[in-house]
Design a binder for this molecule. Structure first.
Ligand code: HEM
Ligand code: HEM
Length: 300
């Protein structure tokens, strides 16, 4: 029973983290990063007047503090209630990641938004969210029911695609962060979208063609392909709205809405690719190397 509550808590923590990603995206899209010039306090206080862009910057810090506290509680709960040592370790890794993320956030303020730090902060946020979703999967009742172990002898091995797809999505996120913080132009990110979407399609179609009978694989593949298409649509909308409002004196709501949605669905795309890969590694038997198969086929 206690583990049911642990799972529910972890899911809540993952939702709060997604909300934090939205809050962070709002800071960048409103150009509010330097509206509070000091850190860890804000204008020397715990609670400054929440006016103008201070609302976004200090609001983001408040949500980040809440998620930090939720993460400490989650790590301690996992340590106390989990029998699996690797799950306990994952809890500590998440705690380490959120701490590093907080420090990076502080450094963006102290050093006046240096690009590498802002990009690092954006990328680690995405990885941290994926970690919260992975822990939700590992703590779920369906995970504890055990694996199904199906065969897949297609080429290339499905496990390769399970590594390649999240890797391509992550590179795509990093290119997006670099473009958003003006370290590079938008072209590498648009070209990357073709590669990342192609890779996701290859991976998901392969799973759906061969393993659609298995709920955990089918659902994860459908989720990944759906959020990826939504993400491409939002990317185009973010780009068009940036162009359309380029002359505006301040960030316009249409641009802010689409870019922040693109950042948040980017986090969902990364997490969905990680979940499908986890399901493949758990439920699909690795093909044996050719030599080993040959040896087994010949009895003596
Ligand atoms: C602890 C968990 C945290 C997470 C998951 C997180 C997440 C994010 C995300 C997703 C963004 C948007 C990045 C983008 O759109 O490119 C962002 C921006 C930002 N965050 Fe955080 N953040 C965290 C903590 C903090 C803290 C403690 C601070 C302290 C000051 C902070 C300061 C900022 C600033 C200033 C920006 C805007 C950066 C820019 O415009 O270049 N963050 N954050
Ligand atoms: C699988 C496909 C895609 C993924 C996973 C993805 C992901 C992302 C992410 C996560 C960011 C923000 C990075 C950060 O946190 O700072 C971003 C930024 C951006 N992306 Fe994409 N993207 C994809 C496709 C596209 C496409 C097709 C376009 C169309 C032109 C596009 C246009 C943009 C633009 C314009 C930005 C910067 C937004 C701004 O100016 O603030 N993306 N992308």
């Amino acid at each position: 029973m206690k583990n049911v509550w642990l799972h529910r808590y972890v899911v809540l923590w993952a939702f709060c983290t997604l909300f934090l990603v939205v809050a962070g995206g709002l800071v960048t899209s409103h150009d509010a990063g330097l509206s509070v010039p000091d850190w860890p306090l804000s204008y020397g206080k715990l609670m400054p007047t929440m006016e103008g862009n201070i609302f976004y910057e200090h609001g983001h810090r408040m949500v980040a503090t809440t998620v930090g506290l939720l993460t400490i509680f989650m790590a301690v709960w996992l340590w106390r209630a989990e029998d699996r040592r690797w799950m306990q370790n994952l809890g500590w890794i998440a705690l380490l990641a959120v701490t590093a993320q907080g420090v990076l956030g502080g450094l963006t303020v102290i050093f006046l938004l240096p690009r590498p730090v802002s990009i690092g902060h954006a990328c680690l946020a995405q990885l941290f969210f994926s970690t919260t979703v992975a822990i939700s999967v590992f703590s779920s009742p369906s995970w504890k029911r055990g694996s199904i172990m199906v065969d897949d002898d297609g080429a290339p091995p499905l496990h390769w695609l399970a590594i390649g797809a999240p890797l391509c999505v992550f590179i795509q996120l990093a290119l997006g962060a670099a473009a958003r913080h003006q370290a590079i132009g938008i072209l590498p990110h648009v070209a990357g979208a073709v590669v990342a979407t192609g890779m996701v399609l290859w991976f998901t179609v392969r799973v759906l063609m061969r393993h659609a009978d298995y709920d955990s694989l089918r659902r994860s593949a459908l989720a990944l392909v759906s959020v990826t298409f939504l993400q491409v649509f939002l990317g185009i909308a973010a780009y068009m709205s940036r162009l359309a409002t380029a002359e505006a004196p301040q960030p316009m709501p249409v641009m802010v809405g689409f870019t922040v949605a693109h950042v948040a669905v980017g986090a969902l795309t990364m997490a969905a690719s990680v979940v499908l890969s986890i399901q493949v590694f758990r439920n699909v038997r690795r093909p044996m190397p050719a030599m080993q198969t040959a040896r087994i086929a010949i009895p003596f």
